[in-house]
Ligand binder design. Structure first.
Ligand SMILES: Nc1ncnc2c1ncn2[C@@H]1O[C@H](COP(=O)(O)OP(=O)(O)OP(=O)(O)O)[C@@H](O)[C@H]1O
Length: 296
């Protein structure tokens, strides 16, 4: 085991009735990293988080936080959580909610720090229940960090947030992680995983089917995308050797291939007027699709 692992699932299996939600999953989250847990709906991400947090007892395997049993108070004190649902009193103002939750901790962050970290300046005196979804999300983030956690769980943290709030939260997360905090992130915004994650774990049908940094995961895709402006006939092009798929968007051609060199040579010969040529590896989305398809 890595010495700086702060949260760990070791061979964890968890069933919900007949559904095998986690199938012998082992993973470890290290201090100072963002670990993104990705995968399609129903893959087992929330179940994995529930097990790590001690909300769901595993049927088999071990769960440890900071090397301790995850229900140990000494471990739980060091954890901050922002789940998808939060039950907070609608009638309290934001500052009242913050002060209430701060009172649970021996050495909470100062109000000024929390306000700056979550961008709450404008809404401190507003009633929580009257805030927009994105504003409530910012308050929930503030509550998750107010006890100075060493391990932070962010479950779809930026759902409902506008672009500016999202970017703001990302920069705060980077700052926290720079200070040694570990973050477990689940998100369906792959842009968010690409922006934040040091490592990614991909769950599919309860199994951890891939793990590594973003580049390693992206490298699992064998396809390349060729994009260019060309007047070539789509039907003809689709029949070329090496072309997996081809589509036209106005004057643009998008070609998917596993043999970019072969296709490029022929393309340049067939159309000497080709412009705006671009070849790229498929993105994280295509990689995840391919990985979960293989797993199925
Ligand atoms: N309380 C429950 N009772 C029965 N089945 C459940 C329960 N909770 C989860 N499941 C099932 O376990 C599997 C894993 O669910 P889980 O919520 O962990 O997936 P997820 O990856 O978090 O999905 P999503 O992206 O939709 O949030 C799914 O098939 C789900 O239907």
């Amino acid at each position: 085991m890595h010495t700086d692992v702060v949260a760990e699932l070791a061979n964890v299996t968890k069933r919900h009735g007949a559904v095998l939600a986690l199938d012998q999953v082992s993973l470890g989250i290290r201090a100072g990293e963002v670990y993104a847990l990705l995968g399609p709906n129903g893959a087992g991400k929330s179940t994995a988080i529930g097990c790590l947090l001690g909300l769901l007892p595993p049927d088999a395997g071990q769960v440890r936080l900071f090397g301790l049993a995850n229900r140990a108070m000494a471990a739980r004190r060091r954890v901050g959580v922002m789940l998808q649902t939060a039950t907070l009193s609608e009638n309290l103002t934001v500052i009242e909610v913050l002060n209430l939750v701060r009172s649970y901790y021996e050495a909470p962050r100062s109000i000024a720090d929390i306000v700056a970290m979550a961008g709450l300046q404008e809404i401190l005196q507003r009633r929580y229940g009257a805030l927009s979804v994105g504003q409530q999300r910012r308050v929930q983030f503030a509550l998750a960090v107010c006890g100075r956690p060493d391990l932070l769980f962010l479950d779809e943290p930026t759902v409902g947030m506008d672009t500016e709030s999202r970017t703001y939260l990302w920069s705060t997360v980077r700052h926290l992680v720079g200070g040694g905090c570990a973050v477990v992130l689940t998100t369906h915004y792959l842009e968010e995983a690409e922006a934040l994650a040091h490592r990614v774990g991909v769950l599919a049908r309860g199994r951890l089917v891939a793990e590594g940094d973003i580049e390693t995961i992206r490298a699992r895709v064998s396809y390349r995308q060729i994009r260019c402006v060309s007047g070539l006939d789509l039907a003809q092009l689709s029949g070329w050797s090496g072309v997996h798929d081809a589509e036209r968007q106005g004057e643009w051609l998008n070609i998917t291939t596993r043999e970019p060199e072969t296709v490029l040579r022929r393309l340049l010969q067939a159309d000497t007027a080709v412009r705006e040529l671009e070849v790229r590896r498929a993105g994280l989305a295509e990689a995840l699709n391919e990985i979960t398809r293989e797993a199925a």
